[in-house]
Write a protein that binds this ligand. Structure first.
Ligand code: FMN
Length: 182
């Protein structure tokens, strides 16, 4: 059974970003796919130090945060959705620090994620969703991952945002189709 990895890049396990990912999860589960979650949470996340250790085994030299678990989960999954809260019109800094290491290890040194469909979702109070999505899409396009799209850019303002919900549901259906399930 095909598995979608849902990455919550917010420190809040049950905030707006989790809510956006759960909207998509409902579609995936209804279509017979399985999901796995990665929560960045509130533990410290290191930045990349450019040491090149990951060229050898595609794992980060620092074992003390979520990085290597996320690499393993990505390799095991057939597709990924990365969600972020918007912080000053960009993705959460901790998420970028983490993704620098994940994609350096798996895409710069090897093309281990090639062909896995991917999508970025950003939640915000008012503005900054599209530059945040663009930033995360840079990781996907570097890694030869097909970027899945919807009827609008994948911003979500919270549970009151019916339009955003519809965009995310369509995004999930489009990802499902790319996996050959619809
Ligand atoms: C440090 C910080 C910066 C933020 N910057 C923005 C911003 O630039 N634009 C915006 O609309 N909301 C901004 N917000 C609000 C969050 O993006 C918004 O509340 C988001 O939905 C939180 O997601 P979460 O509940 O998953 O943590 C900011 C919040 C924080 C904590």
């Amino acid at each position: 059974m095909k598995q979608i990895l849902l990455v919550n890049g917010s420190p809040n396990r049950d905030g707006n970003t989790a809510s956006a990912l759960r909207i998509m999860e409902d579609v995936f589960l209804a279509q017979g796919l399985t999901t796995a979650w990665c929560q960045i949470g509130r533990q410290p996340v290191r930045g990349c130090q450019g040491c090149g250790h990951c060229a050898k085994n595609h794992r980060c030299v620092f074992p003390d945060d979520v990085c290597n678990d996320l690499i393993a989960a990505l390799l095991q999954s057939d597709a990924v959705v990365i969600g972020t809260p918007v912080y000053f019109a960009g993705p959460n800094g901790a998420l970028c620090a983490l993704l620098d290491r994940v994609f350096y290890a798996t895409a710069n040194f090897g093309q281990m994620l090639q062909g896995k469909p991917a999508a970025a979702v950003a939640t915000c109070w008012r503005a900054g969703a599209t530059p945040s999505i663009d930033r995360i899409n840079k990781y996907f396009t570097f890694a030869q991952m097909p970027v899945v799209s919807s009827t609008y850019w994948n911003g979500y303002l919270g549970p009151q945002d019916a339009f955003g919900r519809n965009v995310l549901e369509t995004l999930a259906h489009n990802m499902t189709k790319l996996l050959g399930k619809e």
